[in-house]
Design a protein around this ligand. Sequence first.
Ligand code: SAH
Length: 350
Amino acid sequence: MENTTKADLLSMTEEEIVSFVSSELDLPAYRGAQIYSWTRKGAPIDGMTDLPASLRRTLKERTVYRLPVIVKRLTSKIDGTIKYLFELSDGERVESVFMKYEHGNTVCVSCQAGCRMGCRFCASTLKGKRRDLAPSEILGQIIAISADTGERVGGVVMMGIGEPLDNYDATVKFLRLVSEEKGPGIGLRHISVSTCGIVPGIMKLADEGLPVTLSVSLHASDDETRSSIMPINNKYNVENVLDACNYYFKKTGRRISFEYTLIAGKNDGEEDAVRLAKLLKSGVKSTCHVNLIRLNEVKETPFSGSAKARATAFCKKLNSLGVTATVRRRLGSDINASCGQLRLSASDGE
Ligand code: SAH
């Protein structure tokens, strides 16, 4: 592939661009700093007005610099959430979501085209994994959204399509790129990495020294139920996952956050709440937070979301047993803002 030998500018830190510019192009360091700054704004090469035309030509020849292209944009009339369908250079498509919160704007990014984790309620995995995204393609979603909305992005959640810890190196590089102060400048403490529970990945991430929030998709409090909806549980069970969470907390001091999707009749009964509280109280050696999400129904799967009242009751039960939990507000409910569904329907030719 021609691209593999070319420098991929958006996958490079400022230091890497400066060093490329001086060692490969024989130019002074400040040219690297200029290029870095333009690329983080998403400027086209021809718009890099303080670079000589000859250098702009060289960049076109010697580097790869592409932003994901917006193919669809859905804006919620309820809360201003914007859902994007992006096309990558080889035609693969991924989704991102721009969300407005009181404390700032947050973007949900995808890290793979498709997913191979096989969670049975999830739209992203239905057609398997097509490929991993490069760091530039993950970062590019944020830069493209920032340019499109004209708004600053202050937080990131890796909760879009794909499993971050199944694309480990690109995820960690992305985290370094997105938190660079002279670039996007998004603090690592404002970033959540969500995982279905790949234990070796959690342990490795704990050792990186990156203070991101680890968000673990638990969805069940016993192995039987969890394995029936999440195949990864056959490899790393509930106990293994909680041990890894404790290690993560020990190394980073960061409170763990658990995702729990409420599926009608599957994991949303009072006995489930009691079991979950017991598990977290005894198994997690830190304070933790449970995010309850009512399942967004995916027509290709047999599951339905719990009713609102049931979700509230589940939450109250957890709270009464001393577990911090909240039912997540459904942002962009009118545009189906949960990830995976837009890409899926677009690939069906809808
Ligand atoms: N692979 C990562 C991140 C992507 S999914 C992970 O598993 O955590 C982000 C969150 O959305 C996960 O908690 C996932 O289980 C959840 N999710 C997937 N499909 C969903 C659906 N249809 N309704 C509600 N939540 C869903």
